[in-house]
Design a protein around this ligand. Sequence first.
Ligand code: DHB
Ligand code: MG
Length: 219
Amino acid sequence: MSATFTPVTTQLAAYIESLFSAEDAFLQSLLRQAEAAGMPPIHISGAQGAILQVMLRAIGARRVLEIGSLGGYSAIIMARALPPEGKVVCFEINPTYCAFIQRQAEQAGLSNVIEVRCGNALNLLDTLPEEPLFDAVFIDADKPNYVHYLERCYPRVRQGGLIIADNTLAWGHIAEPEPTFEPANVRALQEYNRRVATHPGLCAALIPAGDGMTVAVKL
Ligand code: DHB
Ligand code: MG
């Protein structure tokens, strides 16, 4: 048995990205348009996208909820891993971003799969019907609300479904007891990881891809 841990160097990350990336020419074009539209370059990596696609296909996902969709990069990646009648419901608070995602979904031929709902995700979750359940939720929005998203999403995910969150390495600061870089966000992510790790109804792991993805399956 080995407890060896291999830190992901820039070279290793480039290697992983070169072989296992969900990014194609369409998504590269989306990123250029997102940059031109003034969106921050804080989308997930192509390698994280590949992990999302593997996980969604592994559980046979049909219905996915994304909280915080930015330019639709991860939504399109997830939509591509679903059957044609699948749904990715995107909660996005910025109306300009919502219009951008809608356009991209149409150009990707995924306007039947991607459903954009513009608004505050906590409010949208509170007005969401209890059925049908989601197969997976991807949380990638404001960090202080991650624990609230977790609480509200848990009852809306089927048994065997996934709750996945981005940025759970907190830009490299997750292990610091007294964070000074973006302390409110880092502490919120620490609390999120602690809750997921100790939740009796979840089995969880942290995948050190990109800025970290905490993945939990509902028991
Ligand atoms: C940042 C990165 C993210 O992936 C995100 O969801 C929010 C912010 C950032 O680097 O600031
Ligand atoms: Mg993120």
